[in-house]
Design a protein around this ligand. Structure first.
Ligand code: HEM
Length: 397
């Protein structure tokens, strides 16, 4: 065993949250696991090590929280998730319940609704020629199709509450800094809205939300557990997709050769979104807690340690990827970790990909030119990368 390296990298600094790439290189190059002494946590950022840790859920537990707080000792700001913050056998049972609702038939039925919504939104933007890629497209599309798929009425309040809740959840995973405190100061109303919205009676029949409740009941879970499972989707399914669409728009606007490839080949609309999830990796990292002493490469880590698993580090590891910082819509993307891997791998990734495909297919079919019309502004959040603003201009095909 070799001795470990300590690092002063601060994964909650503004600089890291806006552009983590140099710090992630430092972490990867320092060793298989690095001690971040500012917070007393480990960080893992090499692709092979991230895969090994995520696959080893017995040693790397999620039930003590996927954020910085250790739920064995710290109070959580919300009731812990019974999905992402659960280990087997509880996780296995709950995952089966939700996964069973994502049938090919249910997903196929969303496809035409997604395509129609994306086409309508893009048509409106073409009339305007200039718009903000975040506020007018990346936020508008998921906050329309996601609640509709789950049986939640779409209106201005729904859209805002979903965005607020996502922002709260991802800020709440971090250290108790100003971002965390600001998110918490406005949390009460948002949490009440989410709790009411996830209840069985509030969800329209025929939607995925009601299907989750039915499947939960059939598995012998309480109505409260059913609502908690629906809450998992509201937590994870909106801001992540908003962020992916915003970064993909930015990538295609700033890399005209890649846009041209997408224009020439309809299959690459989906690939452009997916390569963005690899390269720009909205979910920077989530935590695990070691259940006993374990090894990461040539290092030994003791039990009861919080370990930050950096999906974003793995996705740009030059040990795994050629030209990892480059945006290449023709890249073979097998093995990217933007959706995680192992038992907690994103259960909504098919929906996320369908959303990305719908938006970028609508754009490639209708738009000839997409260009920056100002500087993008990052949106800083304790664990979710994103953009606050992205001025764009487009020309119709
Ligand atoms: C581009 C969009 C998305 C990204 C980048 C993303 C990323 C992730 C990641 C990295 C994880 C793994 C967490 C871990 O290992 O601790 C995860 C889990 C999860 N995601 Fe996503 N996600 C996206 C979209 C969605 C959507 C659209 C939904 C719902 C429809 C969703 C629902 C979930 C749920 C429920 C989990 C927890 C799964 C479990 O613990 O078994 N996600 N996601």
């Amino acid at each position: 065993m070799t001795s470990h390296t300590a690092s002063r990298v601060d994964p909650y600094s503004d600089e890291f949250l806006a552009e983590p790439w140099d710090d992630l290189t430092l972490i990867r190059d320092a060793g298989h696991a690095v001690w971040l002494d500012r917070y007393g946590i480990w960080a893992i950022a090499r692709h092979d090590d991230v895969v090994a840790a995520l696959r080893n859920h017995e040693k790397f537990s999620s039930s003590r929280g996927v954020g910085l707080a250790d739920l064995a000792v710290d109070q959580s700001w919300r009731r812990p998730s019974i999905l992402v913050e659960a280990d087997p056998p509880e996780h296995t049972r709950n995952r089966k319940v939700v996964a069973g609702t994502m049938t090919p038939k249910a997903l196929r039925s969303l496809e035409s609704a997604f395509a129609k919504a994306a086409g309508r939104i893009v048509d409106e933007l073409i009339d305007r020629r200039q718009f903000d890629g975040v506020r007018d497209l990346a936020e508008v599309f998921p906050t329309e199709v996601f609640p509709r798929a789950f049986g939640i009425e779409v209106n201005d309040e729904t859209r805002q509450r979903l965005l607020d809740y996502g922002s709260l959840v991802f800020n709440g995973n971090g250290v108790e800094n100003q971002r965390f405190r600001t998110a918490m100061a406005n949390a009460e109303e948002t949490i009440s809205w989410v709790t009411a919205t996830c209840a069985r009676d509030a969800l329209q029949s025929g939607g995925i939300g009601a299907a989750i409740h039915d499947a939960a009941e059939a598995a012998g879970l309480t109505p409260d557990d059913g609502a908690m499972l629906v809450r998992s989707f509201l937590s994870a399914g909106v801001d992540t997709t908003v962020s992916g669409i915003a970064f993909a728009l930015n990538n295609l606007a700033t890399e005209p050769d890649q846009w041209l490839l997408v224009r020439e080949n309809p299959l690459l609309a989906r690939a452009a979104f997916e390569e963005t999830i690899r390269r720009d990796c909205p979910v920077i990292g989530f935590f695990r807690t070691t259940t006993g002493s374990t090894t990461v490469g040539d290092l030994e880590i003791a039990g009861d340690q919080k370990v930050l698993i950096l999906f974003a580090g793995a996705n740009r590891d030059p040990r795994r990827w050629n030209n990892p910082d480059g945006f290449d819509v023709t890249r073979r993307l097998t093995g990217h970790l933007g959706y995680g891997i192992g038992i907690h791998a994103c259960v909504g990734m098919v929906i996320a990909r369908m959303e990305g495909e719908a938006v970028f297919t609508a754009l490639r079919d209708r738009v000839r030119l997409i260009e920056p019309n100002g500087e993008p502004i990052p949106r800083l959040n304790n664990s979710l990368r994103g953009l606050d603003s992205l001025p764009l201009s487009i020309e119709p095909a």
